[in-house]
Design a protein around this ligand. Structure first.
Ligand SMILES: COc1ccc([C@H]2[C@H](O)[C@H](O)[C@H](C)N2C)cc1
Length: 435
């Protein structure tokens, strides 16, 4: 292997309590909220199709114009306790909120910039209200922080000369100071979700990304940091030049999942983040412009993720006034109903079952109870659920709610479980007992 100064700090899954809690949580709420939430993808009468939090970029809006949105940011309908209550009812065990997205606007009163919540009509420490409400609700809090910063004068996309290098070192100091400030002001924070780390300037400075993780861990030894922060000595991201995962979990799955038969991914901790429309993280006024995922589509993505040993972060983009759009409220309600019935069995503590994938859905092993479950999304016309067990394993009992399901064994093709009489018209689970 190659000797690296800024590569992976350790190999394998962390087994400390904080990481075990992150893993057991499985389901998180992502929140993208910033100045971009005010225009909602529309500027000077033109609606842009791209992701609303990138509007300044698509619409080529000068910084001075965009930054003046700061004087309009006044979420007078924001109710952190209500947000936390909805999140809890939806089954979210953790939340990740944008403290600063690419635009550079900070949702907390930062000592290191004027471009923050303090200098808006809202004035108050919005992030503290948020952290307190979610913590009170028993939901773990994580902070999203963008390294890419369109506002900061010392940000550089690339390092072409000594001047760039000096400026970028000042930007690094700014970012590190802000991150330590976030840990100090909001000590409840469990970890950081870094973004905006694809530019050459960052890839050329593996030391910077290494130092940020080190600095955060000095304050909180079990802080959880995503792989997206990291570039190694040679600019390799997420995985170092020896193929070892950097950070504490792989966060490359942005709006897509690994293949159902990908067993490699089950060897590391990972988290997928997902939008409800095709590609909108920040609030966009018009969701009719793309497909919007149904509750069942989202439930399948969540269960597929857990079945492969990953966490799932579902995104919400609240409006500038602090309210959520109806589509998000409806999804929350539907998902919450399903989670109230099944999450304790197949989401929380859910993990890879190491059983041969089948067409009808996904297997989940509950690492708390040790129980194995099937989650059915695709009803077979044969009315038979096929199960293939590893050699030496025999199927004993299949429980569906309070009944035991019939099954027969075919010496070469495996077991075939008969569907229950009254099959639910929603994704349902059955428990598998083997011997
Ligand atoms: C260029 O492609 C991109 C760049 C940034 C993103 C950002 C989104 O704004 C959102 O914050 C997502 C989590 N992040 C990867 C997505 C796609």
């Amino acid at each position: 292997s190659i000797t690296l100064k800024y590569g992976a700090q350790y190999i394998g899954k962390r087994q400390d309590a904080e990481m075990k809690k992150f893993r057991a949580n499985r389901l998180g709420q992502f929140i993208h909220w910033g100045l971009y939430s005010i225009p909602g993808g529309e500027w000077n009468g033109t609606t842009y199709l791209g992701a609303a939090e990138w509007l300044a970029n698509f619409a080529k809006i000068p910084n001075a114009t965009w930054d003046s949105l700061q004087y309009q940011f006044n979420p007078n309908k924001f109710n952190a306790v209500q947000w936390a209550k909805m999140a809890k009812a939806s089954g979210f065990k953790y939340v990740t909120i944008t403290t600063k997205h690419h635009e550079g606007f900070c949702l907390w009163p930062s000592e290191f910039t004027e471009f923050d919540i303090e200098n808006t009509p809202y004035k108050k420490d919005l992030l503290k209200e948020f952290v307190d409400a979610y913590t009170e609700a028993g939901i773990d809090v994580y902070f999203y922080y963008s390294i890419l910063d369109w506002h900061h004068k010392d940000w550089r996309y690339d390092i072409k000369n000594q001047a760039d290098s000096l400026a970028f070192s000042k930007y690094f100091e700014f970012a590190k100071n802000q991150l330590l400030e976030l840990q100090q002001k909001y000590p409840e924070v469990k970890g950081f979700w870094f973004d905006g780390t694809w530019d050459a300037s960052w890839k050329k400075n593996g030391k910077y990304s290494y130092d940020i993780q080190k600095a955060l861990k000095e304050v909180n030894p079990n802080v959880i940091v995503n792989s997206r922060l990291r570039a190694d000595d040679f600019g390799s991201r997420h995985f170092d030049s020896n193929g070892n995962l950097m950070g504490d979990y792989q966060s490359g799955y942005e709006r897509y999942l690994p293949a159902k038969n990908d067993t490699l991914i089950t060897k590391i901790d990972w988290e997928a983040c997902m939008t409800i429309p095709v590609n909108q993280w920040g609030y966009h006024k018009d969701w009719s412009l793309s497909h919007v995922k149904s509750a069942n589509e989202i439930l399948e993505l969540i269960v597929k993720t857990v079945s492969l040993g990953g966490n799932f972060l579902l995104n919400y983009g609240p409006k500038g006034d602090g309210t959520f759009r109806n589509e998000e409220l409806e999804i929350s309600n539907s998902i919450g109903n399903w989670m109230s019935k099944y999450a304790d069995k197949v989401i929380y503590y859910g993990d890879y079952a190491n059983l041969k994938p089948q067409d009808w859905g996904y297997y989940v092993k509950n690492t708390n109870s040790g129980k194995f479950y099937g989650v059915v999304f695709n009803l077979p016309l044969s009315k038979l659920l096929k199960i293939e067990l590893p050699n030496g394993k025999k199927l004993k009992v299949v429980n569906f709610e309070t009944e035991k399901l019939e099954y027969h064994h075919h010496d070469k093709m495996g077991y075939f479980i008969s569907l229950p009489e009254n099959t639910p018209n929603e994704p349902f689970i059955f428990e598998i007992l083997m011997e």
